[in-house]
Write a protein that binds this ligand. Structure first.
Ligand SMILES: *[C@@H]1O[C@H](CO)[C@@H](O)[C@H](O)[C@H]1NC(C)=O
Ligand SMILES: *[C@@H]1O[C@H](CO)[C@@H](O)[C@H](O)[C@H]1NC(C)=O
Ligand SMILES: *[C@@H]1O[C@H](CO)[C@@H](O)[C@H](O)[C@H]1NC(C)=O
Ligand SMILES: *[C@@H]1O[C@H](CO)[C@@H](O)[C@H](O)[C@H]1NC(C)=O
Ligand SMILES: *[C@@H]1O[C@H](CO)[C@@H](O)[C@H](O)[C@H]1NC(C)=O
Ligand SMILES: *[C@@H]1O[C@H](CO)[C@@H](O)[C@H](O)[C@H]1NC(C)=O
Ligand SMILES: *[C@@H]1O[C@H](CO)[C@@H](O)[C@H](O)[C@H]1NC(C)=O
Ligand SMILES: *[C@@H]1O[C@H](CO)[C@@H](O)[C@H](O)[C@H]1NC(C)=O
Ligand SMILES: *[C@@H]1O[C@H](CO)[C@@H](O)[C@H](O)[C@H]1NC(C)=O
Ligand SMILES: *[C@@H]1O[C@H](CO)[C@@H](O)[C@H](O)[C@H]1NC(C)=O
Ligand SMILES: *[C@@H]1O[C@H](CO)[C@@H](O)[C@H](O)[C@H]1NC(C)=O
Ligand SMILES: [Ca+2]
Length: 574
């Protein structure tokens, strides 16, 4: 029997089962390979060019699974059917694996959720799937076809040195996620016998997972009801290359600060800027006021000391003018040799992670340590030569600019992911929660601000700034999370709250029309753990009155500190 004939026979034999399932079947009776085969959609009816392999299906019931609280969801106890499936692309001898967790029929709430990865990983293992199941959503992840759920895209990106695997590139960029959601949604409908009942379709991911979410909303907007992305790694060539900027600053200035000296500069910044938001709580909720009112030079001469750790000896000294120059040059963002702005940078209060140096025990000196993600972009995707850049010899600010622009040309239709027209998503009624830690040390917070502003100006060109902002906030809201680092709370600012219940908030917005005027957040560490805070929606900024009340205020002088004019780049950079 051909696969499609076999498939039709199965579907017919199974239709009776589907009807039963829709009424009141236990998860244990549905969680079988035969039932999953019987409900597996016929690929040709909704997606062209893929062949699903019914014989590859695995299914196992997981009951009473205790899920610990994470940054992305609260604690819960869940039951689900853990399902994996292999499929291939017609005409290509390949294999892609997907995994879906199906909640029990009585907990299922007509929802589907796709989840993403981080770095070069297209999934987060099974870390992200519980967050959907606990809200009654079938939740899925993909291996991208890279060779297994634990294999990352970079491992499959080259067929040989010098030969990029374009299928891997496109799968990683957006194709694998499109297939994951198309298959997942159709299978969900069949599994629960939804018939004409509306299936809500959601996306949730952070960092590279955030970029993956945008890759779908920008291309297939009308396929989604709602999405959450944190700190997306979009504007790829700029984002990846900027990881090397801090290294090139140290190399250009000829000063390699110890981790301890940079930590001291950041600690002093946090202490000085914490009260500017009106509440002295160890959290810099207004990094823009910090940029306007705090002079880093005031830290010069301050003593610092750190204990020995991980092969780095104890450090003890006073902050030098050179270290402050390194820090302030990093904060200024990349400029070319003519002094023109190329890219944006981190906010004050973010640790200087990209500037990390390495201790040479033979010389007793600190020296250059190439940022891994930055070096990997150049080596793998511009040089097609493995995942490590050997050195930064001869690399200048202009070299970095060249890499950013070359990568923009080469990856505009794949990884760049900054298409600013979201009309199909908006017209289909989609809702978007975009958040970014204000102290992110891996993807600059201003990167998210720039994208939101790009969408505003492209979609509402005839409206004033505030009118455009209001119109955009009806369906796409950006929240900068005070005291949060990259996709997580910041251990240096333990009182900062993190938006752990984002999916609940998005569901309420999409399904009940409850607009998140402010974003719900919870302190997840320290002595205030469990405390609730609300986060202001861009472009409003938080400010605490003397009586402790927070308001979300419009402050044009502060907003200006977030905006950069990339006059070194001869093309619009959305
Ligand atoms: C479905 O099962 C639940 C408990 O498992 C029960 O409470 C409910 O009444 C059942 N519904 C129907 C329609 O049989
Ligand atoms: C679920 O797990 C908890 C502890 O993890 C246990 O106390 C409880 O008895 C279990 N319930 C069932 C129905 O298995
Ligand atoms: C889900 O199924 C896959 C494939 O059988 C298996 O590797 C994985 O460990 C399972 N996960 C859970 C949580 O059961
Ligand atoms: C590319 O060359 C590097 C050494 O320069 C080697 O380690 C790596 O395995 C090669 N990659 C491929 C895909 O051949
Ligand atoms: C789906 O349609 C079948 C056949 O018309 C029907 O028996 C079943 O109850 C429907 N399921 C739901 C969930 O409405
Ligand atoms: C920076 O502050 C943290 C506490 O937030 C502390 O653990 C660390 O020792 C401080 N580092 C320096 C160099 O002062
Ligand atoms: C910061 O302070 C230094 C040293 O006092 C001074 O030279 C510099 O002009 C100040 N920078 C700003 C932006 O005020
Ligand atoms: C740092 O050096 C100073 C001066 O030598 C000394 O007084 C102090 O105890 C040292 N601190 C640490 C933590 O080693
Ligand atoms: C490829 O990478 C290796 C190892 O990093 C390096 O030695 C070699 O020079 C690189 N080759 C090219 C053509 O960039
Ligand atoms: C908001 O967060 C609190 C914990 O800080 C939680 O109890 C509550 O359910 C959340 N509300 C929504 C709508 O998610
Ligand atoms: C706190 O102060 C602000 C600004 O002065 C005021 O608008 C607000 O009503 C006060 N709130 C309370 C609860 O007193
Ligand atoms: Ca504060």
């Amino acid at each position: 029997m051909s696969q499609s004939t076999w498939h039709k026979a199965l579907v017919m034999a199974a239709s009776a089962v589907i009807v039963q399932a829709a009424s009141n079947q236990s998860l244990s009776s549905l969680c079988s390979v035969s039932y999953l085969q019987s409900t597996l959609p016929s690929a040709t009816s909704f997606i062209q060019g893929v062949t699903l392999d019914p014989s590859s299906i695995t299914a196992n019931l997981v009951s009473n699974s205790s899920i610990a609280s994470s940054n992305m969801y609260p604690a819960a106890v869940i039951d689900y059917c853990n399902v994996t499936l292999a499929y291939s692309h017609n005409g290509r001898d390949d294999q892609v694996l997907v995994e879906y967790w199906f909640p029990s029929p009585e907990k299922f709430q007509n929802r589907y959720l796709s989840t993403g990865g981080g770095g070069y990983a297209i999934n987060s293992g099974t870390q992200s799937l519980p967050g959907g199941v606990m809200y009654g959503a079938v939740s899925g992840l993909t291996d991208g076809g890279f060779g297994g759920f634990n294999v990352q895209a970079d491992a499959a990106m080259l067929l040989a040195n010098g030969t990029l695997d374009y299928e891997t590139l496109y799968m990683f960029a957006y194709k694998a996620h499109w297939e994951l959601s198309k298959i997942g949604k159709q299978w969900t409908k069949n599994f629960y016998g939804l018939n004409d009942t509306k299936l809500y379709s959601y996306y949730q991911g952070c960092s590279e997972g955030g970029r993956e979410g945008w890759s779908q909303i920008q291309r297939f907007g009308d396929e989604w009801d709602g999405a959450i992305t944190g700190a997306p790694a979009f504007r790829w060539s700029f984002q990846q290359t900027q990881h090397l900027f801090s290294n090139v600053v140290t190399q250009t200035l000829g000063y390699y600060p110890s981790a301890c000296e940079l930590e001291k500069i950041n600690n002093a910044t946090i202490t000085a800027c914490d009260p500017l938001d009106g509440k002295t709580d160890g959290v810099v909720a207004r990094t823009d006021l910090c940029a306007l009112h705090f002079n880093l030079s005031s830290v010069i001469g301050e003593p610092y000391s750190c204990a020995a750790s991980f092969g780095v000896p104890a450090a003890n000294g006073t902050v030098t003018a050179e270290a402050v120059e390194v820090a302030s040059t990093i904060l200024g963002g990349l400029k070319d040799s003519k002094g023109r702005q190329v890219y944006l940078s981190y906010q004050r209060s973010a640790t200087y992670a990209d500037a990390t140096t390495k201790y040479n025990s033979a010389t007793g000196e600190y020296e250059l340590s190439i940022d891994q993600l930055g070096g990997e972009f150049i080596s793998l995707l511009l040089d097609y030569n493995g995942t490590t850049l050997a050195n930064l010899d001869g690399v200048t600010y202009d070299t970095l600019k060249g890499w950013m622009i070359r990568g923009m040309q080469e990856y505009q239709s794949t990884l760049q992911t900054n298409w600013p027209d979201l009309t199909p998503f908006q017209q289909a009624g989609g809702k978007f929660i975009h958040y970014h830690g204000e102290s992110d040390n891996s993807i600059p917070t201003a990167s998210s601000v720039r994208y939101w502003e790009s969408v505003r100006s492209i979609m509402y060109p005839d409206l004033s700034y505030l009118e455009g902002a209001d119109a955009l906030n009806d369906w796409y809201r950006l929240f900068l999370v005070p005291g949060a680092a990259h996709c997580s709370p910041d251990p240096n600012q333990p009182n900062g709250a993190f938006p752990q219940t984002n999916l609940q908030v998005l569901i309420n917005w999409v399904e009940k029309g409850v607009t998140p005027t402010t974003l719900n957040a919870t302190v997840l560490q320290g002595s205030n753990e469990g405390k609730n805070e609300q986060i202001c929606a861009w472009p409003l900024r938080p400010l605490w009155a003397k009586n402790g009340t927070m308001s979300c205020a419009y402050d044009q002088t502060s907003l200006k500190t977030w905006h950069y004019d990339f006059d070194a780049v001869p093309m619009p950079v959305y």
